[in-house]
Write a protein that binds this ligand. Structure first.
Ligand code: SR1
Ligand code: MG
Length: 426
């Protein structure tokens, strides 16, 4: 039986009944808004003018398709992720007020003075050091929940406690299978038919299968599991003469319900896939015949260059932090050479997972506003860019040597498609 869902009125009664929460917000003065735009949850923001709380409750169905039933137990993954992030990557996590297992909800800090990253990217706003700090977040979680930072039995117990099979199944289907077949969840602009149909090919499926198998079998660390740019809050940068200090946290990571023990590269790859989607939008908007104007006050060239730098910035944030942490490793057989090997392998799979994410967000279920908010030719240009770069990453991820290769591949895609704007170049 499903849990009783809260609404904007009953959420106040709920807080009134919990002394730990009504000590934070004054229930006599609160306003409540349901602001969830994820697929699987309600999200209530409760504010009293000075303080706020966010209450996230799982839905028993997909918000946009109530006939698609989903377990409400993903709230336990959410709670595990929030708990781990609060312990290991505190600067980058919302303050966590705990799980109510019976009501299938968690309570966390209200971060409405931060901004969700994707709309900022869509609006061509630069968020300095957000990529670095997301990389650092991934490194903290990777080190502290894996065999690098814990002993073997601890990791194996934590992995067993973190299974999340129903939500993993969603990822397995939506990311790693459906886009490569004819499936009712798929849709796309008919101008990229050629690219979509070209994905239904055994060599491409073999590459997708390698990534799916890695996702299924490499349970090395507790992942976020859905680290796209709508799962990341970024911070107002302040005036140019008064920027956030470099050492302040520039991101807060939320929405942990897809978490499980999987490959660290999956979190990096989902992030990179979304950078690629932002680049696809940028490519479409930079077209001379685009009717969509660049937002006033933004330097197009600066934004473009910054966007291209995000793969390196996030990887360097990740690698530097991981190497710093991994200088103290629990497993003494893990030599420096092994750390180098692990990082190289993680880099390659990150590029592969980036391709999987970009493809599914372009043609599969659960699309993104980077492309969906475009119309006509701009939308098909963005789709073509995303599919073209992703295909090259999918074909070549195993041969990448360094993170700059990812940027070069994206730049090469832009140059190639620019030449063939009028043609049908893949
Ligand atoms: C049914 S949930 C669909 C998608 O939304 C989330 O963002 C995940 O990426 C999932 O695949
Ligand atoms: Mg989510």
């Amino acid at each position: 039986m499903s849990t009783e869902l809260l609404n904007e009125k009953t959420v106040i009664d709920y807080i009134a009944g919990r002394s730990d929460l009504n000590a934070v917000v004054n229930v006599g003065k609160t306003t409540v808004r349901e602001v969830g735009d994820g697929n699987l949850n309600l999200l209530f923001l409760v504010q009293d003018g000075s303080n706020g709380l966010a209450i996230k409750q799982t839905l028993p169905y997909v918000r946009s398709d109530h006939s698609w039933k989903v377990t409400e137990d993903s709230i336990f993954a959410e709670a595990r992720g929030l708990e781990a992030a609060s312990e290991y990557a505190k600067a980058y996590a919302p303050r966590y007020f705990g799980l109510d297992a019976d009501r299938r909800l968690i309570v966390e800090e209200d971060l409405s003075d931060w901004q969700v990253w994707r709309p900022n990217l869509n609006g061509r706003r630069v968020n300095r050091l957000a990529a670095r700090d997301t990389g650092r977040f991934i490194a903290e979680m990777a080190y502290h929940t894996s065999y690098f930072g814990k002993d073997e039995q601890e990791v194996q117990r934590a992995a067993a406690d973190s299974i999340n099979p129903e939500l993993e199944q969603i990822t397995e289907d939506l990311i790693f299978t459906e886009p490569y077949f004819d499936h009712v969840h798929n849709s796309w602009d008919s101008r990229v038919d050629d690219q979509v149909l070209a994905l239904r090919d055994d060599e491409i499926r073999t590459q997708a299968a390698k990534l799916k198998y890695e996702f299924l079998t490499n349970g090395e660390a507790l992942l976020h599991g859905d680290l796209h740019t709508n799962s990341i809050f970024v911070r107002n940068q302040g005036a140019e003469e008064d920027p956030l200090p470099d050492e302040a946290a520039h991101v807060k990571i939320f929405d942990y319900e897809f978490g499980f023990y999987g490959p660290v590269a999956f979190d990096i790859g989902i992030l990179w896939g979304n950078f690629l989607l932002a680049q696809a939008r940028e490519f479409a908007l930079s077209s001379s015949d685009s009717s969509l104007a660049v937002e006033e006050g933004n330097h197009d060239g600066d934004f473009h260059a910054w966007l291209l730098s995000l793969y390196e910035e996030s990887w360097q944030g990740f690698e530097q932090e991981f190497r710093r942490l991994a200088s103290h490793r629990v497993n003494r057989i893990f030599t420096d050479g092994f750390v180098d090997h692990w990082l190289s392998r993680t880099l390659r799979y990150s590029a592969g997972f980036a391709a999987s994410e970009a493809i599914r967000r372009t043609i599969g279920w659960a699309k993104v506003s980077d492309i969906e908010s475009l119309d006509g030719k701009a939308k098909s240009d963005a789709s073509r860019f995303a599919l073209s770069a992703a295909r090259r990453l999918l074909e070549g991820f195993e041969g990448l040597d360094e993170v700059a290769d990812v940027r070069r591949l994206v730049e090469g895609t832009a140059a190639r498609l620019e030449k063939g704007r009028q043609g049908n170049v893949r």
